[in-house]
Design a protein around this ligand. Structure first.
Ligand SMILES: [Zn+2]
Ligand SMILES: [Zn+2]
Length: 360
């Protein structure tokens, strides 16, 4: 008990077992091999409900912690370990039993060779990374709690209800599951760690459709030391598509769509330019660059150049003309000047041609 207090186990929501437990198969082996019974420490862990050796449900002995002093020595005997004692849980199906056996194996591993300790920050980073790998995080700081919750329940099924202080009705007792992937501020019970780690280990190693990074910045005005300065992509769903948002430290943001139905990854689409745009655009305008030259320099389509110039309050002398197909003309030139077809290898293309407005 002293050791439990040192570990802080007494403060956890997961209750200690209140009776010593035994396995009826083990007691038979003990009698046959040693002529006497003994308590096994692995049978006493809250996360161990079945025997690690025999896989059968543990039984409750008549030795209750509340009836005896914690310093008292009580030997295991056939009398306090009766063969037809009450099982610690009623296992209803094979899936429940499978999960309890697996949890038992993991618990015994931890008991026999405790893992290296981690700091709270270490645990936070560990679970966030594992959540990203499992495809259950939108970014390293945003967990998909709802899916995590659902997938976790789906995986363990009714086994969760057998475990102590895991469920409260249909919800996780004290919201412990969400807390495991939030910032760790206090120690969490080993049972919770084992449940989450076991769940995450079985999740298919989710491979992001956008690759494992890092990713290039498409801002032609930025000078980065690395060819792939974007270290993080945040993902969200848009109907059947997964949208990746690639935001660079220079302020430039682009998106790409992954269509899970066809498995196709769409071309990058410009979203935001950042602070490098305005001085560059002002300079191009001052130099008298044509709209097409400006678009090429900024890697933007003409309509977007005109829109952004308007948003920045930069007065330009270009206009866009819509007549059958897109035409660009400086105000002093004939409006029949044609734009060459879009270069399909352009990294940033826009698909809003039909929406072009006439800007005179
Ligand atoms: Zn056993
Ligand atoms: Zn950048």
């Amino acid at each position: 008990m002293k050791r439990q207090q040192n570990l802080g186990l007494a403060t956890f929501r997961v209750e200690q077992t209140n009776r010593l437990r035994f396995c009826p198969e083990c007691t038979r082996d003990m009698s046959a091999n040693f002529g006497e019974l003994y308590w096994r420490r692995d049978h006493q862990l809250p996360s161990v409900l079945v025997c690690p050796d025999h896989g059968c449900t543990l039984l409750e002995s008549t030795v209750s912690f509340s009836q005896h002093s914690r310093h008292e020595f009580i030997a295991a005997t056939p009398k306090n370990c009766p063969r037809y004692a009450r099982p610690v849980v009623q296992v209803m199906d094979k899936l429940q039993l499978f999960h309890l056996q697996r949890l038992t194996r993991l618990s015994v591993e931890v008991l026999d060779s405790p893992p290296k300790p981690r700091t709270f920050a270490g645990w936070t980073a560990f679970y966030r990374r594992r959540m990203m790998e499992a495809g259950l995080a939108r970014s390293s700081g945003t967990m998909d709690q709802q899916r995590f919750n659902q997938e976790f329940k789906k995986f363990y099924g009714r086994a969760l209800k057998l475990l102590p202080n895991v469920m409260e009705g249909d919800e996780f007792a004290g919201d412990w599951l969400a807390a495991m992937v939030r910032k760790h501020r206090k120690a969490n019970h080993p049972l919770y760690h084992l449940l989450v780690q076991n769940f995450l280990a079985q999740c298919d190693q989710h491979v992001s459709p956008f690759g494992s990074g890092s990713w290039p910045c498409l801002n032609p005005l930025a000078r980065h030391h690395s060819p792939t300065p974007i270290k993080e992509v945040s993902q969200h769903r848009n109907h059947s598509k997964m949208v990746g948002v690639f935001a660079c430290s220079c302020g430039y943001v682009y998106t790409r769509c992954f269509d899970s139905a066809t498995g196709k990854l769409g071309q990058p689409r410009f979203m935001h330019y950042g602070p490098l745009l305005e001085p560059a655009l002002r300079q191009l305008v001052a130099q008298g660059a044509s709209l097409r030259e400006t678009g090429r320099a900024l890697q933007l389509d003409p309509k977007t150049v005109v829109r952004l110039a308007g948003e920045l309050g930069i007065i330009v002398s270009w206009r866009l003309v819509l007549s059958g197909r897109v035409q660009i003309a400086p105000t002093c030139a004939k409006p029949t000047q044609k734009l060459p077809p879009d270069n399909p290898s352009d990294p940033v293309r826009h698909r809003e041609r039909s929406a072009f407005a006439r800007l005179d």
